[in-house]
Design a protein around this ligand. Structure first.
Ligand SMILES: [Zn+2]
Length: 479
């Protein structure tokens, strides 16, 4: 596809989606709160001070926890960026939406998102993202008036991977916030990338935490790949640095840097909301392995707790600060925000509103939540995990004792996870879950709905079908 055609395509989509939004907007009730959804990339909960991390590297997040509900046992829907965000935005598990478990290779289609719901309710909607796999091609831009995915900087060691440091993303978000008149409520999604490797905190953050000893004390060699066990992934390697504690310290310092800019955005967000109440939800898309199972400084290879346990903090009007031990999931974010903003929609999700956890721990022993990555599906109960592993998971293959491997783990009092007898009922539930998997939509293929929108705007020859559209130039038209 030519570059200019891509430009036509994106212009066409923006125009058509905006027209659609105007047609179905309602006047929002005066009491509607402003809503800020924050997702931090690659932030395992136990590296946040409010969740027990030794250094005070997260004063802003700790401040949110001081005035909201901190969920101690929040499970990521996936351990890769795009699948997790698909779940955060739809309330569906990774295999229930068309991004699936792939990172940037398939796109969200055929389902409304949180941004759609807020825009339909008359909200102004803006998203500011910092990771290349969240670019609009994966479909998470739907429902947003502004979807700012301009990533100007290449990752160190991987020039083909673009990202945006917290300062730049935060300044764009602050700029958007200061332009809101206050007449309408707004919904903003802020995504900060910094804790993601390579761990390169700005120089004024270097040494602020210092080396953090991990269980593995000896020096690591550098792998010749970006994934693998018992070494430093190639793209993470810092010249002359082999001590794992040094990498871990820099991870904590990147978190500290993101935390600072998060604070700047929150200050502006709250200064805009003088006439309205404010709701803030903070989470991370997934964690990071820091030596567990021999994996260092990477994610996506498993659904184990170091990758699945993420922060979830909710700040809302009339909600007293507390810690909640309920087992909760990314898929609960959509129903919870719909509830808190009192939106009149009832989408089909796999989550529940967490409002009742704001006042007391419920008995949720029977609750289970799913977590996925490529080639692996897991089922979490309270302090229990059953994983089913296989390169091409399908329900037929998922049988105990079959060629697919499965294991059950239980968390001990000390926080370690030990193998226990395989929970066959959990394997059965994973099997049923895999049966519900929806078809993926590859990013390369243009969805029929979008082709129709382009056709309606005169950008495409009426005869061009989905399979041919990539190879033909657009019809001449006015931009
Ligand atoms: Zn991520």
């Amino acid at each position: 596809m030519s570059h200019s055609f891509r430009r036509w395509l994106s212009l066409g989509l923006v125009v058509s989606l905006s027209l659609g939004a105007v047609a179905c907007s309602q006047e929002p009730p005066v009491a509607s709160p402003n809503v800020l959804l924050i997702t931090l990339d690659t932030l395992r909960s136990d590296w946040i001070h409010a969740y027990g991390f030794q250094s005070e590297n997260t004063p802003v997040i700790d401040g949110l926890a001081d005035r909201g509900v901190l969920f101690e046992n929040a499970i990521a829907a996936a351990s890769l960026t795009a699948p997790s965000h698909g779940s955060i935005m739809t309330g569906r598990y990774a295999r229930e939406h068309s991004i699936g478990t792939l990172n940037g290779e398939s796109r969200l289609e055929g389902v409304e998102t949180l941004a759609d719901f807020f825009r339909q309710a008359g909200y102004e909607t803006g998203a500011f993202v910092s990771n290349v796999v969240l670019r609009r091609r994966i479909g998470l831009d739907r429902g947003f008036d502004v979807y700012d995915d301009e990533l100007g900087k290449s990752e160190e060691n991987r020039p083909a991977y673009f990202e945006r440091p917290a300062e730049q993303t935060a300044k764009r978000a602050i700029d958007w916030l200061t332009k809101r008149s206050g007449e309408k409520p707004f919904f903003m999604w802020l995504h900060l990338q910094d804790p993601h490797g390579p761990y390169t905190p700005p120089s004024d953050y270097e040494g602020k935490v210092g080396p953090v000893p991990l269980r593995m004390k000896s020096d690591l060699s550098v792998l010749n790949r970006n994934t693998g066990q018992a070494g430093i992934p190639a793209y993470q390697a810092l010249p002359g640095v082999a001590d794992p504690a040094h990498y871990a310290g820099r991870y904590a310092e990147e978190i500290m840097y993101a935390d600072y800019w998060l604070g700047e955005v929150i200050k502006t967000f709250e200064s805009r909301g003088v006439t309205r109440e404010a709701v803030i939800v903070l989470t991370a898309d997934h964690g990071e392995s820091l030596g567990e199972q021999g994996y260092f400084f990477q994610h996506g290879q498993s659904v184990r707790p170091e990758l699945a346990r993420v922060p979830l903090i909710v700040v809302a009007p009339k909600v007293a600060p507390r810690k909640a031990s309920d087992l909760v999931s990314h898929v609960d974010i959509v129903p919870t925000l719909i509830d808190l903003a009192d939106l009149s929609v009832d989408p089909e999700t796999s989550g529940i509103s967490l409002r009742s956890s704001f006042t007391s721990d419920r008995t949720l022993d029977s609750r289970v939540v799913f977590s996925d990555t490529e080639g692996e599906s897991g089922l979490y109960g309270q302090n229990r995990l059953t994983r089913v592993l296989g390169s091409a998971l399908s329900s037929r293959a998922v049988q105990p004792g079959g060629s697919i491997q499965s294991e059950s783990l239980e968390e001990t009092e000390s926080g370690a996870w030990r193998p226990v007898q395989i929970d066959t009922s959990a394997v059965e539930q994973i099997s049923n879950y895999l049966d519900r998997a929806v078809e993926l939509v590859p990013v390369g293929a243009m969805a029929e709905e979008h082709i129709e929108q382009l056709r309606a705007l005169g950008y495409l020859d009426p005869e061009v079908g989905p399979d041919e559209s990539n190879s033909k130039t657009p019809a001449q038209g006015t931009p």
